[in-house]
Ligand binder design. Structure first.
Ligand code: FMN
Length: 214
């Protein structure tokens, strides 16, 4: 997938104020929202997950974080290997180091973009061990774990973003001292969005579904 980095920098990728949840974000606090009928309706959660790139500093309770990580750790995995690690970063100092390293690579004009991007209270780096007997499958499983994580976070009212490029793998590996055996699948913030972005236009099923023949 091609990412238009300049568009991200300019727009901050906050596309509007299409609120799917109340602006408080947290399900526990939410009084009126589109998820009211059943807070944990999986279809609503899937539909309302959005990539979020600017966050409030609202802390995430430990029990929420644990629930989110348990969801990640429940994803399908080849031979039940679970060759993944979920590297949780909450220390501001470390996040600032990542931010400054990103700005150094991309230039001062990217400062606001990375300040927003690194504004969440929690970041999780999803890693897959590539020294296994089927690293491709273990990398795939890492992506599934990341999706579980993002959906669980959404169910609890938090925004995330599957970041594979904006924050470069080398930057996280260097700052976080991640061993070479591990491939970074993504880094994702977890936090209460400043606002929920509108749903970007999606292709229709007619465009993407094939029945029986290509
Ligand atoms: C493999 C992959 C890589 C991505 N890399 C980035 C990234 O580097 N930076 C970013 O901000 N978003 C990244 N995204 C998020 C997409 O931009 C986002 O999913 C897409 O624009 C659709 O928006 P939605 O998630 O709100 O539906 C990535 C998503 C995927 C699946």
């Amino acid at each position: 997938m091609k990412i238009n980095r300049r568009a991200f920098f300019q727009k901050g990728a906050v596309l509007g104020a299409g609120l799917a949840l109340g602006s408080s974000g947290l399900l526990a606090e939410r009084k009126d929202s589109s998820l009211q009928s059943d807070e944990h309706d999986i279809f609503e959660v899937i539909k309302n997950r959005r990539s979020v790139r600017k966050f409030k500093s609202t802390p995430i309770p430990k029990e929420h974080l644990t629930k989110i990580l348990e969801a990640a750790n429940s994803a399908p995995t080849p031979s039940n290997r679970q060759a993944w690690k979920f590297f949780v970063i909450q220390e501001r100092k470390t996040l600032d180091q990542i931010k400054e390293a990103c700005i150094k690579r991309s230039g001062e004009r990217s400062r606001q973009y990375f300040t927003d991007y690194l504004s969440a209270p929690v970041y999780v780096v999803v890693l897959a061990n590539t020294k296994t007997r089927n690293p491709v499958n273990d990398i795939t499983a890492g992506a599934l774990a990341a999706e579980n994580l993002m959906l669980a976070a959404r169910a609890l009212g938090y925004g995330t973003v599957f970041c594979a490029n904006s924050i470069r793998e080398e930057v996280t590996k260097e700052v976080l001292n991640i061993p070479d055996d591990y491939k970074r699948i993504c880094i994702t913030p977890i936090g209460v969005p400043v606002e929920w972005p509108k749903t970007p236009e999606k292709k229709s099923l007619e465009d993407v579904v094939l029945y029986e023949r290509f």
